[in-house]
Design a protein around this ligand. Structure first.
Ligand SMILES: Nc1ncnc2c1ncn2[C@@H]1O[C@H](COP(=O)(O)OP(=O)(O)O)[C@@H](O)[C@H]1O
Ligand SMILES: [Mg+2]
Length: 377
């Protein structure tokens, strides 16, 4: 996938900004607070239909304005061109998406059309904070690679909400009829087992790429591994029926506890992704620099996984990644970018990208006060 042009109207501090991007590295260079990250955020709307940065649409509209609009022209790997347009009106709270002029009836239908992988300083939470961030990471990867996964996840969340409501009611009012929980338990197992199977497959597929990228960027062969932590007894390679039967059994043994706690205790909403470094859990002891490197390795593995499963190269978005890396690691990451298709990166320090041979393939832009100026090679 390649982003050719991008236009932002009333989008955060960009009143009307257009960029013509190259097929290789695109560096957005500028001081703090000038609007670099906002441009990556705009790109994220095309891959997820919403912001990668968990912002609500209304926050993104430029202060004092009524709407934002973003438009992009893109080429897929086969060279097919498409035009995408997203508009949001603050008063109506309405978002509309058009692809090649045709409106989409659901916003989520854009998910996966224009795959992108984002690495931002906020992602420190993937390794550093709770399991919810790590599940979200897997969900974002899988939603962009499988429409079925997105649908399963939406159904699972609905069923989980209903089931939890019932369990909580039961806890508050003393009891629930034995049959009332059953249909929700069945739904939980049906969608939950599919989600677990996909996540296991995904982690398994990313494992080698993760270890390889870590060694390459760190410049040392420290053993690292990714592990999906799920129901006891379930492992990668188990099919959906096997996972479903373990899940059913564990729901059975947890039933009384669930009734007492008033919430669902078994299922993929309780799972985790573990980062192992030198056979220990990196969340607990890795240094900051090691965290950063693990995170970059994870994102490069995600990029490769998406290339392989989608047969389409995602756009790589790197927000301020170099700021926290030593110069050797930074230059190794930059070296890798030559092989990963199109990348859009932000930096406050032009020095870190000084070695890039700027031409029509690799381009740089000066971002200042919500404007962008292409720099000549
Ligand atoms: N809705 C908005 N309307 C106008 N300006 C905004 C809005 N949201 C954020 N900003 C401004 O955008 C700027 C931050 O842009 P950002 O892209 O994060 O900067 P950086 O270049 O450091 O990445 C800040 O000056 C902030 O005030
Ligand atoms: Mg920024």
């Amino acid at each position: 996938m390649r982003l050719r042009t991008l236009r932002l109207l009333n989008f955060r501090n960009h009143e009307d900004t257009s960029l013509d991007l190259g097929a290789g590295i695109n560096a957005l260079i500028g001081k703090n607070g000038q609007g670099k990250t906002n441009i990556l955020e705009a790109v994220s709307y095309f891959s997820l239909g919403k912001s990668f940065f968990a912002a609500v649409d209304a926050q993104v509209v430029q202060y004092g304005c009524e709407f934002f609009e973003i438009e992009a022209t893109l080429n897929d790997d086969a060279g097919r061109r498409s035009e995408a347009h997203i508009a949001f009106s603050a008063s109506g709270g309405q978002k509309a998406v058009r692809i090649n002029g045709t409106p989409l009836d659901r916003i989520s239908a854009i998910v996966g059309e224009y795959p992108a992988v984002l690495l931002s300083p906020d992602h420190g939470g993937i390794i550093g904070s709770g399991p919810a961030e790590r599940r979200k990471f897997l969900d974002i990867v899988l939603c962009q690679t499988s429409g079925r996964y997105l649908a399963d996840l939406q159904e699972y969340r609905k069923v989980l909400r209903q089931r939890n409501r019932l369990l909580l009611d039961g806890r508050l009012h003393g009891s629930i009829s034995p049959g009332a929980l059953e249909p929700w338990t069945q739904g939980l197992v049906q969608y939950g087992s599919r989600i677990i199977e996909k996540r296991l497959q995904c982690v398994e597929a990313m494992r080698d790429g993760f270890a390889g990228s870590y060694a390459e960027i760190a410049g040392i062969a420290d053993p690292v591994a990714l592990e999906y932590v799920t129901l006891r007894g379930v492992k990668s390679g188990h099919g959906i029926p096997a996972i479903a039967s373990v899940m059913e059994e564990q729901l059975g043994t947890h039933r009384q506890l669930e009734l007492r706690r008033g919430t669902t205790l078994v299922g993929p909403h309780r799972d985790d992704l573990a980062f192992m470094l030198r056979s220990r859990n990196a969340q607990e002891f890795a240094s900051q620099g090691e965290h950063k490197t693990l995170l970059i390795a994870l994102k490069l593995a995600e990029h490769r996984y998406m290339c392989e499963t989608r047969n389409e190269t995602p756009i790589l978005l790197l927000d301020d990644v170099f700021a926290e890396l030593d110069s050797e690691r930074a230059s190794r990451v930059l070296g890798r970018l030559g092989e990963t298709g199109q990348a859009v990166l932000t930096t406050t320090d032009p020095g870190v990208v000084a070695s890039v041979p700027w031409n029509t393939h690799h381009r740089r832009f000066l971002i200042e006060g919500g404007t962008s100026t292409a720099q000549n090679p």
